[in-house]
Design a protein around this ligand. Structure first.
Ligand code: BES
Ligand code: MN
Ligand code: ZN
Length: 504
């Protein structure tokens, strides 16, 4: 992964680059800087607004091209609505929208004037940094496997590569941007991992990419199959046994708290590099999307990278289980009984309910070894969570009202929203097996809940939350800050959780 665009901050300047984006509030309300920039072209601006019906509403925009008297050959005017109503995440989205409009044509460099009427009641430097953050997130593309540009793509050969963000205090804006850039790097890592096809990214290749994160300041430990056998992670190993590609567990550590011995926070991710379903094989239609079944692990990798690069004042552990779920002569069978690391036995009724087998051992290991303050696990665990929540919210299951509340707040702040779902003993009964301590699927109904209930059997007193990200980590709806199949969902959410509640 390389940073795709270079972002810099500069003072206001009459000679703005082409193209230039400016912000316009409701009722064509412009800041003084933008008015000065438009200068003599003001009649053309109002005429264009009249012709196009542009009023400065949120999520609207207009373009002025080759207007006499305007220094920039192309002016993109981005509507922001009422600036007083803007939350931080709205400002980030506006930055993304501006970048999208600027990148549409052939320019390799562009300018964004980061000024709102009355500053939108916000700190000008932070606003500039948030706009730049949105632009950077939007700039992500995954085209390493394209040998030619798609038909009808008019952008520059290498796209927009440089963005100058103009603001009153560029040094302060650049300082605010530092941590945001680190977070974007974490998001890009997660997106790259999820977008990669499974022939390029199996458990070993994934683990190798994690080993490279020592460059960001993380300690990274890769556990191979001998080590996993010695640890008795038989549930996790059973999932990978049908694949010729060996399983891996990766432990990432960031020690940024003042006291190296302060209890860590802990993130655990499902990393099924490809999920065919195993012997309980999936239907062919859409199976290609199962390359994204490591979206939970990708988010854990991304947030660990972000925390390390922005030198977060926290101790954090990331643990990911990397396996490939394949049918073969060596694959596990329906009816097999495995003994998990916890000692509890599991009857594998359906080999396609594999993520919970991986997580069962990881959750146990995380508690045993690290005694964390809390565990948040992320997993593309069930199709059922999409039936319940669609793609707008991830499912949240937790044994802690406090942790659930903190995640809900972080979700609203970042736009990576979660919705709490129930856990209850009545659902737990559905997991009773005829032969073992439990079976790995419940009945027909409440599939996301019985999956969560299964995971909870491997939690011993630790504050814990499970995020079912099957609907949000992959096949993501396009937004102002992501046009990618893989949104990198969860990196910003967890980073915010840490920043707001666990850094001191
Ligand atoms: N990886 C899938 C869940 C999934 C489905 C993620 C669609 C993203 C998109 C998971 O391993 C799975 O196969 N779950 C089964 C569970 C069932 C066998 C109890 C499911 O959801 O059908
Ligand atoms: Mn599956
Ligand atoms: Zn799966």
């Amino acid at each position: 992964m390389t940073p795709r665009i270079e972002i810099s901050f500069a003072a206001y300047d009459a000679a703005e680059e082409t193209p230039t984006a400016v912000l316009c509030a409701q009722d064509l309300d412009l800041s003084d800087h933008v008015k000065a920039l438009i200068g003599k072209a003001e009649p053309a601006f109002y005429k264009a607004a009249d012709v196009t019906g542009f009023k400065g509403r949120a999520r609207s925009s207009m373009e002025l091209v080759a207007v006499p008297g305007l220094a920039t050959g192309r002016l993109v005017v981005v509507g922001v609505g009422r600036p007083g109503d803007l939350a931080t995440n709205d400002v980030i989205s506006i930055g993304g929208a501006a970048f999208g409009a600027l990148a549409r044509h052939k320019a390799a460099a562009a300018c964004l004037v980061a000024d709102l009427p009355g500053r939108g009641g916000r700190d000008a430097a932070e606003t500039a940094a948030d706009l730049a953050f949105g632009a950077l997130l939007r700039s992500y593309t995954f085209d390493r496997y394209r040998t030619r540009k798609p038909e009808g793509d008019d952008a520059a050969p290498n796209g927009l590569q440089r963005l100058v963000v103009r603001t009153s205090d560029p040094d302060a804006a650049a300082a605010h941007f530092e941590s945001r850039r680190s977070i974007a790097h974490g998001v890009f890592l997660a997106r790259d991992l999820v977008n990669e096809p499974a022939n390029a990214l199996g458990p070993e290749e994934f683990a190798e990419r994690m080993a490279a994160l020592t460059e960001s300041g993380l300690s990274v430990e890769v556990l191979d199959e001998d080590k996993l056998s010695a640890l008795k992670m038989r549930a996790l190993l059973a999932v990978g046994q049908g694949s010729t590609r060996p399983s891996r567990v990766v432990v990432m550590e960031w020690h940024g708290a003042k006291s190296k011995r302060a209890k860590p926070v802990c993130f655990v991710g499902k990393g099924v590099c490809f999920d065919t379903g195993g012997i309980s094989i999936k239907p062919a239609g859409g199976m290609e999307d199962m390359k994204g079944d490591m979206g939970g692990a990708a988010a854990v990798a991304g947030v660990m990278r972000a925390l390390a690069e922005r030198k977060a004042n926290v101790n954090a552990i990331g643990i990911i289980g990397l396996v490939e779920n394949m049918p073969s002569g060596n694959a596990q069978r329906p009816g097999d009984i495995v003994t998990s690391m916890s000692g509890q036995t599991i009857e594998v009724i359906n080999t396609d309910a594999e993520g919970r087998l991986v997580l069962a051992d990881l959750l146990w290991y995380a508690q045993d070894r690290f005694k964390p303050r809390f565990i948040v696990n992320l997993a593309t665990l069930t199709g059922a969570i999409m039936v319940a929540l669609g793609k707008e919210h991830a499912g949240l299951f937790s044994n802690s009202d406090r942790l659930a509340g903190e995640l809900t707040d972080a979700g609203l702040a970042t736009g990576e929203k979660v919705w709490r779902m129930p856990l209850a003993p009545a659902y737990d009964k559905l997991l009773e097996s005829r032969f073992a301590d439990m079976k790995n699927i419940g009945g027909r109904w409440g599939g996301a809940i019985t999956a969560a209930q299964f995971l909870q059997r491997f939690i011993k007193g630790t504050d814990w939350a499970h995020l079912d990200v099957a609907g949000t980590a992959m096949d993501s709806p396009k937004t102002e800050i992501s046009q990618s199949w893989a949104s990198g969902w969860g990196v910003r959410l967890l980073d915010r959780l840490v920043a707001d509640k666990y850094e001191r």
